[in-house]
Design a protein around this ligand. Structure first.
Ligand code: ADP
Length: 374
């Protein structure tokens, strides 16, 4: 046995040999170190003398089982030392024919702590995600209720107000003095604007709520936008250059609204008296999505506002005719619907480039054609 002990002395695992009376007949230095003691303090003593209370541990139960069954056992055990510190060990217990047991032990405290930490992190992350999901569902419900209020409770009375203001304007405007007509004009203007805001809010809350995603050819989307904005494009003496775009999986109407808003803005915020040049370009992203750029040579946007312009009702131009401050909020919601993000790069006086990504996988033209003809 002494030859074997000499080998055990060299092992980096802990090795201990225990006789039928639970006495340590051999321990190597590693075991002494793992047990925060010395070889001399263990040799010749029983396990219970060396570590009072050890009979209650999982390790001792494994040793007893091994002795009873005569079968080797693998297990893990955590051990709390008198100073309160805790360490984890992986144990392999083998019975010898003469009733002695050989126990190999590896300290796995670091790995276990790491795993426990990761499990805790995962559990914490799950809790946060659950909480956030519940909050989002609640917010979604509130938005739905808000939509109902907007569509039924506000639109209908506003329409009534509008009709009667129109009637007053039609039938009584001539009987009013200048100040009365001016007030009436403001009421008309206010109600018109309020109607536009309600319509825009309805569009915003309906984005992505009903339709299914499908294969969308962005070249066709841009052609539709060009057709719809034909008059405004001509009026602004604008050139819209569209590089060849791929097909994507997405929401057709929403993608059209996205491009329409960006091109409309390029026209709205152009440099007065100058023809407008708008370019649409795209390139694949590393993760299989698409990065689209809509570039204009208009007024540009001060860097201080680059983050804010995507908020609802955020406008930098106070001119009411210019807009409501909802178009880019639509864009952000649509891009979010496609698991992407939107941002702007712009220099005042030089123009703006609106960038957005579409996270949905791009379908190659060939794959999309096959899918359509199938
Ligand atoms: P609006 O209805 O006011 O156009 P948007 O949400 O579309 O609302 O845009 C928010 C603000 O961002 C606009 O009021 C405008 O000041 C600025 N903006 C948007 N697009 C452009 C652009 N292409 N060039 C310059 N400014 C822009």
């Amino acid at each position: 046995m002494s030859v074997i002990y000499a080998v055990f002395d060299q092992l980096s695992d802990g090795v201990q040999v225990i006789d039928p009376e639970w006495r340590y007949v051999y321990v190597n230095d590693v075991v002494a170190e793992q047990g925060q003691t010395t070889r001399d303090a263990l040799l010749g003593r029983t396990m219970m003398e060396a570590y009072p209370g050890i009979e209650e541990t999982k390790m001792f139960a494994a040793l007893e089982e091994c002795r009873t069954t005569g079968q080797p056992i693998r297990t893990t055990n955590d051990f709390t030392f008198p100073d309160g510190s805790k360490r984890y060990f992986q144990l392999r217990v083998s019975p010898l024919r003469d009733g002695r047991l050989v126990v190999f032990s590896t300290d796995i405290t670091e790995e276990t702590a790491h795993r426990v930490l990761m499990e805790n992190d995962e559990a914490e992350l799950e809790r946060v995600v659950e909480k956030r999901t519940a909050q989002l569902s609640q917010q979604n419900r509130e938005l739905q209720q808000f939509t109902a209020v907007v569509s039924h409770d506000l639109r209908a009375p506003l329409r009534t107000i509008r009709s009667f203001v129109d009637l007053i304007h039609q039938d009584y405007a001539l009987g009013l003095d200048a100040r009365g007509r001016e007030y009436l004009g403001w009421i008309l203007e206010g109600t018109t604007r309020m109607q536009r805001v309600l319509e825009a809010l309805l569009i915003h809350s309906h984005i992505g709520s009903t339709r299914e995603a499908k294969v969308v050819d962005l070249n066709e989307t841009l052609l539709c936008v060009e057709r719809d904005l034909d008059f405004q494009l001509q009026d602004a003496d604008a050139t819209l250059t569209v590089r060849r775009l791929p097909e994507v999986c997405g929401y057709e109407d929403e993608l059209r609204l996205l491009f329409q808003n960006l091109v409309t803005n390029a026209l709205k915020y152009r440099k007065p008296g100058k023809p407008v040049r708008i370019e649409v370009d795209a390139k694949p992203t590393d993760d299989g999505g698409l990065h689209v750029m809509v570039r204009d040579d208009g007024q540009g946007i001060d860097g201080r506002y680059h983050g804010r312009i995507f908020n609802l009702f955020e406008r930098l131009h106070e001119d009411d005719a210019a807009g409501l401050g909802i178009g880019l909020a639509h864009c952000e919601k649509i891009v979010g619907l496609h698991s992407g993000r939107i941002w702007v790069e712009s220099t005042p006086g030089e123009g703006s480039t609106f960038h957005f990504t579409l996270g949905e996988p791009i379908r190659s033209a060939q794959a999309a054609t096959r899918a359509r003809s199938a």
